[in-house]
Design a protein around this ligand. Structure first.
Ligand code: IPM
Ligand code: MN
Length: 358
């Protein structure tokens, strides 16, 4: 038991982000009561609503306030009224970059009783974590357009790979693999992206020499997509570039039963800024306000947050409670779930509360 009080910034955002975040906060509060730590939350109204109202995305003063917290829980941002990129670059990517959240940790875990679209796949064959580099690659926004609206138009979009950036995320992935099944797979496209690929490969080989207990492997990103479907059991920790990681984790979300389950953490391992936890899914404006969103992805992200804060037992209890509820849902989202977002959240919290004390 700890007697710490954690300061959490809550950014529910837009659409179903608001609904699922409420349930994630509920689970954290319940766990705090059970495990004897304190939680102080401050809610921030950032997202489409604020942009439409004020034209603001993330004022510097708000970013400074966020920075003063121990962690951030984010729902989802995005709304058809906002042009693409405004909130993504101005809020989400800005926080990932400014807070140096260089690890995007995305577990791909098939929980018992959850139907995977992959026929015959069971939990024993699907338990991996993607470590997605989160501050470099094509996401940096380097490039430009030349001769726009002429037949000779050029668009350049650069992928930035620094030795510093690659090495730190690879080191993190090796440490993670050491505490799991001891296997690390580099996912890249070294046969085509030869400059970046050679850097990633060399860094993995170099760091591997310091971790003799970790077996290393390499897959091209296209083959990675194939294996995620045919043999996810070959993966334990997958380390990859920002854009590859973005793409393969949507596939991973599908394999583990859908976007309503996929959790993530944007982590600053050195803790120089707060880490930020968010479900992989978006704001789903088409189903917002109906109670059809599965809050489990947000709740599992909150569990990752508790783990990051050092409350491992609370994290496990929240994950176990969420998994037990998942096993009973007839569907992983929509009206077929048989319960609303809030009812599922209540049930998870009640199971955190009633868990066998150990
Ligand atoms: C994700 C999302 C974001 C990304 C978008 C919203 C910018 O797809 O977190 O995976 O591409 O990283
Ligand atoms: Mn994505």
């Amino acid at each position: 038991m700890s007697s710490t009080t954690y300061r959490l910034a809550i950014v529910p955002g837009d659409g179903v982000g608001r609904e699922v975040t409420a349930e994630a906060v509920k689970a954290v509060r319940t766990a705090a009561g059970v495990f004897g730590f304190g939680v102080e939350t401050v809610e921030y109204d950032l997202g489409a609503e604020r942009w439409v109202r004020t034209g603001e995305v993330l004022p510097d003063s708000v970013e400074e306030e966020l920075d003063a917290h121990d962690a951030i829980l984010l729902g989802a941002v995005g709304d058809p009224r906002v042009p693409p990129g405004v909130l993504e670059r101005g809020l989400l990517l800005r926080l990932r970059f400014d807070f140096d959240l260089y690890v995007n940790l995305r577990p791909v875990k098939l929980y018992p009783g959850v139907p995977s679209p992959v026929a015959g796949l069971g939990p024993e064959r699907c338990d991996l974590v993607v470590v997605r580099e989160n501050t470099e690659g094509p996401y940096v926004g380097a490039g430009g357009a030349l001769r726009r609206d002429t037949p000779h138009e050029i668009a350049l979009q650069e992928s930035v790979n620094t030795r510093y950036g690659v090495e730190r995320v690879v080191r993190y992935a090796f440490r993670l693999a050491e505490g799991r099944r001891g296997k690390l797979t580099l996912c890249h496209k070294t046969n085509v992206l030869t400059f970046a690929g050679e850097l990633w490969t060399r860094v993995v080989d170099l760091v591997a020499a310091e971790h003799p207990g970790v077996e290393t492997d390499y897959v091209h990103v296209d083959a990675c997509c194939l294996y995620l479907i045919t043999s996810p059991e070959r993966f334990d920790v997958v380390v990859t570039d920002n854009l590859f990681g973005d793409i393969v984790t949507d596939l991973g979300a599908a394999v583990q039963g859908g976007m309503g389950i996929a959790a993530s953490g944007n982590i600053n391992p050195e803790r120089t800024h707060p880490s930020m936890f968010e479900p992989v899914h978006g704001s789903a404006p088409d189903i917002a306000g109906r109670g059809w969103a599965n809050p489990v992805a947000a709740v599992l992200s909150a569990a990752m947050c508790l783990d990051h804060l050092g409350e491992a037992a609370a994290a496990r209890a929240v994950e176990t409670a969420a998994a037990s509820v998942l096993a009973e849902l007839p569907a992983m989202g929509g009206p077929q779930m048989g319960m609303t977002t809030a009812q599922i959240g209540d049930l998870i919290s009640s199971r955190v509360e009633s868990r066998p004390q150990g």
